[in-house]
Structures are given as structure tokens and as C-alpha cells.
Design a protein around this ligand. Structure first.
Ligand SMILES: Cc1cc2nc3c(=O)[nH]c(=O)nc-3n(C[C@H](O)[C@H](O)[C@H](O)COP(=O)(O)O)c2cc1C
Length: 390
């Protein structure tokens, strides 16, 4: 046996290597980064529910592109600046938040932990984050608002039936939501193969909780936001004939400010402004809409440019590190959303897991702010990043 092979064999059997290998954590405090929660979530969740969380569309290329594209941007850091005090807070739509990191709307959170959206609201409260609640939440907007102890934002999926949409809007408004975010990225449908594969691995009887062949109405029948409504006319969460006219209809029907979630081009950002939208979320639904192959961080500059500072531009998709958040702020985002990372925390340890994920991301953001010589979010401008392709 030659020396190299002998060394590799020694390494493979070495207890030191075993120690360094990933083992799922058993306490949130053990986590080094948000990925440690993913390992636990993957281990504890039923296969079908894990698949729901993890899936992208087609070959999951856009899902991966979201995270990988951060490598196309490098940081230009400055030295010899007093960074003893770093302030991560932002003001958005008249409210102050501890950090620019917000919790994206995610449906059916009780599929990940028994306390679902309530645990997330309590974590958001403890750590001072904005939470956006999904239309397909498994806790009502009233309960979640109470657990959050401050206004949350509401995400809207319209259906074919305007009466249902109007009722959802009124309910969110009455619960004190100042903003409604209309999701506009699923109108073409979405081909989610990863969830289909994970479903096949699940040997539980899904029909115990899910209505078989019930279509969208079957899916929402048990959901709190649809209780007491006639949902027979609800065929989907994204009617294919929705246009900017619908945006006007929404604006006329509610006193909440209107954000549009799912914008990825400068053209649509300009149209959003023209149609009186109050804010944009650059999003491709975490790679769960179309397989464009295009990451949201790469879409951000053209959207931010078109918005020109006139309305807030939020972004989500693939954010896993404080440096990712920093890059988006530098490229023109006002706030940055996370989806799966807090779901990993939720699935792994409930509220404590979500809190830990938020704390890690904040700590990482504070560190990169110090390293770059920026002490406030407002200071993080375009000059702090390089697009390596330029
Ligand atoms: C399991 C899951 C459910 C989601 N449900 C919704 C939803 O109900 N409404 C919505 O607008 N977006 C939904 N999204 C998209 C998120 O709001 C967000 O855009 C995305 O998760 C961000 O990407 P990330 O997961 O890589 O952080 C969902 C995402 C996931 C992973």
C-alpha cells in the first residue's frame, strides 16, 4: 500500500474525523449556523411534510440558484472605522424593526410543529421581527396577531370568488394588519416533483388529515381563514386571468397598504409603481414557482433601480447567512425575508428553534456589518459589493 492510501485509510478510521462529522444537534444552543437546524428538521419531519418544505420545481434549479448566486457578489470592506456600536434596526412602513430580516409567509406551519404559526409569532415577538402570515395559515390571523403582540402583515392568495377575497381582506384589516402582500408568482402553476417523490416515501395515511381529490377547496376547507365562508367557488390560489386590474380592485377594497410579492423584473416594478402599489417583494417563491434558473439576488438590482427609492423593495429566496443579507441590502433591498431557515428551526425545536435561527442570522449580519465598517443599515450601499461578472 502506498503512503497516500495508507494515510486515507487511517483518516477514514480516525475518531477525530468522526468527531468533526455532522451530527444533528440536540439543543438550539449547539447550532453553529442555520443549516444545523435543517439536519434536525430533515430527521424529525414526516417524509411528505419535509417534501412540502424542501421542494422547488422541475429539477429544483431555481431553488438552488437562489442560494448559489450569492457567490457572484463579493464584499468590498472598509477598514479603520469605529464599529463598536452596530445598529441593525430599520424603519419600514412607519414601524421600527430590530433587524431587516423578516419572516416570509409560509402555509400550513402546523405541518412542521404542533405550535406552527403561534410559535413563529412568539419568536418574532421575542426577537423583534416582522412576520407575514400566509392565507393558508393553520392558525387564524387573530390568534397569530395576539401571539405576536404587534401588527403582522397578511399575505393574500385570491381565489376565483371575489366574495372570499373580500372576506379575507376584511378579516386581516380588522385584526390590525397594516399591509397585505398579494402573491403573484403562481399564476402559471408549478411542477413540484420533489414533494411528489417524498410523498411516495411516506407510509402514513395522508387522507386522515387531507381531503383526497378535494382540489383547492378541499385543501382550504380546514384552514382557519376560510371558516364560515362558502368556498365552493374556490378553484385555485392563483386564478390564471389576474391582471393589474385586480390590483386596483384590491386597492379599492381595503385600507391596508398593498405590496406585490413575486416581482422579478424592472418592467414589472415600473408597472407596480404606475398602478399605485405601496411596496414590492422580489421573490420567486423560494424556487417553487417557475424554473427560471434566475436567482432573486440577481433580479434585485433591476427592480431596485426601477423602484428608485420611491417604494420599499423587499426580497426573499435562498438567504442563509448574514453576508447574504448584507449583499441584498447593498444591492438596494430595504428588508430581507427568510422562509425555510425558520421552518427548519420550527420543525427542530419549535419557538426556541425559530428564535435561535433569528439570533444566528442577526449575529452574522452584525459581524459582517462590523467587518465592512458599516454601523447602520442605511450605510450599506452599492459600493460595498462587487458583481464579479462586471
Ligand atoms: C413550505 C413553504 C410554503 C410557502 N407558502 C407560501 C405561502 O403560503 N404564500 C406565499 O406567498 N409564499 C409562500 N412560500 C414562499 C415564501 O414566502 C418565500 O418566498 C420563500 O420561502 C423564500 O425562500 P427561502 O425558503 O429560500 O428562504 C412558501 C415557501 C415554503 C418553503
Amino acid at each position: 500500500m502506498n503512503g497516500r492510501r495508507r494515510f486515507l485509510r487511517y483518516l477514514a478510521g480516525s475518531p477525530f474525523l468522526a468527531l468533526a462529522q455532522d451530527k444533528p444537534i440536540s439543543d438550539p444552543a449547539e447550532a453553529l449556523n442555520v443549516f444545523d437546524f435543517h439536519e434536525v428538521a430533515k430527521a424529525v419531519l414526516p417524509r411528505a411534510h419535509y417534501g412540502y418544505m424542501a421542494t422547488g420545481v422541475d429539477d429544483d434549479r431555481t431553488l438552488h440558484a437562489n442560494s448559489e448566486a450569492f457567490q457572484k457578489y463579493q464584499l468590498r470592506v472598509r477598514r479603520l472605522i469605529d464599529v463598536k456600536k452596530v445598529d441593525t434596526s430599520i424603519t419600514l412602513m412607519g414601524s421600527r424593526w430590530e433587524t431587516p430580516i423578516f419572516l416570509c409567509p409560509v402555509g400550513s406551519q402546523r405541518a412542521f410543529h404542533a405550535d406552527g404559526e403561534i410559535a413563529v409569532a412568539k419568536a418574532a415577538r421575542a426577537k423583534g421581527h416582522l412576520q407575514i402570515l400566509s392565507t393558508t395559515t393553520t392558525s387564524s390571523v387573530e390568534e397569530v396577531s395576539e401571539a405576536r403582540g404587534a401588527p403582522i402583515w397578511y399575505q393574500l392568495y385570491p381565489t376565483e370568488d371575489w366574495t372570499i377575497t373580500r372576506s379575507l381582506l376584511k378579516r386581516a384589516e380588522t385584526a390590525g394588519c397594516p399591509v397585505v402582500a398579494l402573491t403573484v408568482d403562481l399564476y402559471g402553476g408549478s411542477n413540484r416533483e420533489t414533494i411528489a417523490r417524498f410523498r411516495k416515501l411516506d407510509d402514513r395515511d395522508c387522507n386522515v388529515c387531507h381531503e383526497p381529490n378535494g382540489g383547492y377547496a378541499g385543501y382550504i376547507r380546514g384552514k382557519p381563514m376560510f371558516q364560515g365562508l362558502d368556498i365552493s367557488g374556490a378553484k385555485s390560489n392563483s386564478p390564471a386571468d389576474l391582471t393589474w386590474d385586480f390590483v386596483h380592485r384590491l386597492k379599492d377594497a381595503t385600507s391596508m397598504k398593498l405590496f406585490v410579492k413575486g416581482i422579478v423584473t424592472g418592467e414589472d416594478a415600473a408597472l407596480a409603481l404606475e398602478h399605485g402599489v405601496d411596496g414590492i417583494v422580489v421573490s420567486n417563491h423560494g424556487g417553487r414557482a417557475e424554473e427560471s434558473g434566475r436567482s432573486t439576488i440577481e433580479c434585485l438590482p433591476e427592480v431596485a433601480n426601477a423602484a428608485g427609492g420611491r417604494i420599499p423593495v423587499l426580497i426573499d429566496g435562498g438567504f442563509r447567512r448574514g453576508t447574504d443579507v448584507f449583499k441584498a441590502l447593498a444591492l438596494g433591498a430595504d428588508a430581507v425575508g427568510i422562509g425555510r431557515p425558520y421552518l427548519w428551526g420550527l420543525a427542530a425545536f419549535g419557538q426556541a428553534g425559530v428564535e435561535a435561527v433569528l439570533a444566528i442570522l442577526r449575529r452574522e449580519l452584525e459581524m459582517v456589518m462590523r467587518q465592512a465598517g458599516t454601523t447602520t443599515v442605511g450605510q450599506i450601499g452599492r459600493e460595498y459589493v462587487v458583481d464579479i461578472r462586471e
